[in-house]
Ligand binder design. Structure first.
Ligand code: NAD
Ligand code: WQD
Length: 343
């Protein structure tokens, strides 16, 4: 039996592939390499000492998916593949809906044809929208999302719920991630954004290695502990382990929803200070205008994942900073040396 991991050459996918492989699961990755790297897969093989099956291709390619399901004995799909840049989604809404929504539909059609009906989906805290009370709890209905990326995630959640209603043989877990950061403790795999990073920790890490001059903190007049926004950051390895735990949830038919977060909020200023305290590297920063669409503060109530899956985010903020820095310092340009011999 094998697990098909869509988008498994990307940031969260590759960390999950490592944890699955180390736990003894056979994994087949499908990734179109739009934002993933073959070098990440080679390094995952180096970490685990095992070969990782890889198919280069797109989940919207139905014929390719049929071939993958025919050639491998797949019983579960973990579905990471998609586009994820919130800002870009305003400029390219059709691309976001096409990839994230249509891609999931084609994937589910191929699964149905292959009689594979266990699916773990990468959703996001963004589906709670802007009005939900904090901390976010899974019983709170999806809110109004403020961007096409978030809307595409909410649409996929809804279509998967409808699928389960229509055919009780399906088992679907919707995992709502909060803010994953950090890297594998080996320093061999991590987050490698293309262009100027949109997200906080990749930006801080690039300031630290001199690729960016200074961090602009988007707003210091929020009604929060120090005026900067607060988020629920969790280590990407903890998040990866959450997917292994969620295999239990898809062993029974139906749909289940889990928040995967640390259950506490940390401000942007606290993140900057923590990075410097842990790494010894000073980060130049200035305060700028608020970024459109940012909420002041949100964090997860992750009690359900603890009670039903036995999952908790175990790694500390110091672990997240140390591992981010190990990855960035030893790979200042990420996976830039793509497709060369394993570094
Ligand atoms: P990522 O961009 O690093 O990984 C996504 C991978 O999917 C990439 O390797 C990309 O090449 C691949 N891909 C994209 N479209 C594809 C397609 N049509 N066919 C095949 N492969 C395709 O992103 P990530 O940070 O690892 O996120 C993984 C998932 O988790 C995404 O669905 C994202 O929306 C979701 N998510 C991420 C975060 C976060 O903060 N990183 C938070 C919440 C949810
Ligand atoms: C964190 C905080 C910024 C950059 C996003 C998506 C969300 C999910 C996770 C996919 C905010 C501040 C940031 C910078 C800053 N992704 N910041 N200067 O916005 O909480 O969540 O990633 O599902 O959907 O929206 O994460 O890392 O972008 O920002 O001050 O240069 O850091 O304002 O308060 P965010 P982030």
């Amino acid at each position: 039996m094998a697990i098909l991991v869509t988008g498994g050459a990307g940031y969260i996918g590759i960390h999950t592939v490592v944890e699955l492989t180390e736990a003894g699961f056979n994994v087949v990755v499908i990734d179109n390499l739009f934002n993933g790297s073959v070098l990440a897969l080679k390094r995952a093989e180096k970490i685990t000492g095992k070969a990782i099956g890889f198919v280069e291709g797109d989940i919207r390619d139905r014929a390719l998916l049929d071939k993958v399901f025919a050639e491998h004995d797949i019983d579960t799909v973990i579905h990471f593949a998609g586009l994820k840049a919130v800002g870009e989604s305003f400029n390219r809404p059709l691309a976001y809906y096409e990839n994230n929504v249509c891609g999931t539909i084609v994937l589910c059609q191929a699964m149905e044809a292959a009689s594979v009906r266990r699916l773990i989906f990468s959703s996001s805290a963004t589906v709670y929208g802007s009005e939900s009370p904090v901390p976010y709890v899974e019983t709170t209905p999806r809110g109004t999302t403020s961007n096409p990326y978030g809307s595409s995630k909410a649409m996929v959640e809804k279509l998967l719920e409808d699928l389960v209603v229509a055919d009780k043989r399906w088992s679907v877990a919707l995992l709502r991630y909060f803010n994953p950061i950090g890297a594998h403790p080996s320093g061999l795999i991590g987050e490698d954004p293309q262009g100027i990073p949109n997200n906080l920790i990749p930006f801080i890490a690039q300031v630290a290695v001199g690729r960016q001059d200074a961090l602009t903190i988007f707003g210091n007049d929020y009604p929060t502990k120090d005026g900067t926004c607060e988020r629920d950051y969790l280590h990407v390895v903890d998040l990866a382990i959450g997917h292994l735990k969620a295999l239990k949830a898809v062993s029974e038919p139906g749909v289940s929803i889990f928040n995967l977060g640390a259950g506490q909020s940390v401000s942007v200023l606290e993140m900057v200070k923590s990075f410097t305290r842990v790494t010894g590297v000073k980060i130049s920063y200035c305060f700028g205008a608020r970024r459109a669409g940012d909420l002041p503060v949100f964090w997860a109530d992750a009690t359900k994942a603890m009670k039903e899956l036995g999952w908790v985010a175990e790694k500390t903020l110091d672990d997240m900073m140390a591992d981010t820095w190990r990855w960035q310092a030893s790979n200042p340009h990420g996976y830039e040396v793509r497709d060369e011999k394993v570094q």
